[in-house]
Structure formats: C-alpha cells, structure tokens
Design a protein. Structure first.
Length: 209
C-alpha cells in the first residue's frame, strides 16, 4: 500500500497544530511503511492559470516552452503522479482564513484534471479514482462543527467535496478544533486529537497488514 501525505503547513510543530498532526502521524506509521511526503510549501509550484494551459498546448504540439511553462508542467506532473500512485492520500492542513492554504489549493488545481481524476459524461461528471482512501488531518482554532458555524468552514468541506468529485467516498476526518478559544482546555483538546491521529495511522497499518 502506497501512502501519500500531502503536508500543507509550513509552521513548526510547536506552533502549528496540523503540523504536529503530520508529525504524530508519520511517527506512528514508522519507518517500515511505504509513506511519501509531498510538502506543498517546499515544492516549486507556480500558480495554476494561463501558463498551465499554454504549457499543455505547447507540450501536445511539441513546441518550445518558456521557463515558467516548463516549471508548471513539471510541477503539475509531479503532483499528479504522486496522487495517482497512492492508494491512500493523507491531507494535513490548517484552516487559514476559513479556507485551505494557497499552496494546497495549487496542488488541488494540478490534480483536478478531466480524463485523469474525473470525466464528463452525458449524465454529468464521474470520478475516476473511486478506489482511493483519503485521511484528512485538520486543525482549526475555532469551533466550526456547530450548525451556526459549519457554513463558514471551507477547508475540510472543500477537500471532501473535491475527493467526492473524484469518486472517493472512503474518507476519514480527524479534526482538532476549539483550542484557540480556551487556552486552559487547549492541551487536553490537542492531546485527544493526537490520539485520534495515532489511531488513524494504526488503522492504515492494519489495512496494510
């Protein structure tokens, strides 16, 4: 089983809770697991836009590309290959400004491709990678699980919707929330969440075994 961990927080684990979730998950998986990290903050990932479309067209026609077009084609291919080769994809990311980090958005833009991760049919779009499993490791300082706040949460909701669009239904969500609201309760909230992260890693190892 190939496990891809998409790390989308460049804060140290002592400051970023989702960074700590990533660290705990990796430690629990151990060195024997076939786990690869794709750190979106360390990869060279130009923003998705006209440069990507120009690069795709020039590549198909074997035309010369400029430096940015070459970079974005290489980056998008690397992200797509990593995603497609994985049996399990783990996303570790925070809620920033009610949504996902921009670098993670770029990763999603790279893998959101008709004919690869989904296709259009006369009955609407159909996901092409339904056999993958996804684990979401997310941290948010506020509480967004209440009916009043849930509509404002656009990070986990977004990733879940995209994965569903790709046909993926097996999604395990581990969310740590509310630790910024009550500093006294924060250590217990975070610790309980980290135990759930460990359990998610153990479950994957059980599947692999």
């Amino acid at each position: 089983m190939n496990v891809l961990v998409v790390k989308a927080n460049n804060r140290p684990a002592t400051e970023g809770v989702s960074s700590k979730m990533y660290e705990v998950f990796m430690n629990e998986m151990g060195s024997d697991a076939n786990v690869t990290t794709f750190d979106v903050f360390k990869e060279d990932m130009p923003y998705f836009g006209q440069d990507f479309f120009d690069a795709m067209q020039k590549s198909a026609q074997a035309e010369a590309m400029n430096e940015v077009e070459q970079r974005i084609l290489t980056a998008s291919a690397k992200a797509m290959d990593a995603f497609m080769e994985a049996d399990v994809v783990v996303f570790a990311f925070p809620l920033w400004n009610m949504t996902i980090p921009a670098a993670l958005q770029t990763f999603i833009d790279y893998i959101y491709r008709a004919g690869v991760t989904f296709k259009y049919t006369e009955n609407g779009p159909v996901g092409l990678v339904p056999d993958k499993k996804v684990v979401i490791l997310n941290a948010r300082g506020g509480v967004y699980s209440t009916p009043e706040m849930a509509p404002a949460e656009m990070s986990v909701t977004y990733i879940r919707n995209i994965m569903n669009f790709f046909g993926i239904q097996d999604i395990n969500e581990i969310i740590i929330e509310g630790h910024a609201l009550d500093p006294n309760a924060a250590p217990a909230i975070i610790e309980e969440g980290m135990e759930r992260v460990k359990e998610a890693a153990r479950q994957l190892q059980g599947i692999k075994a």
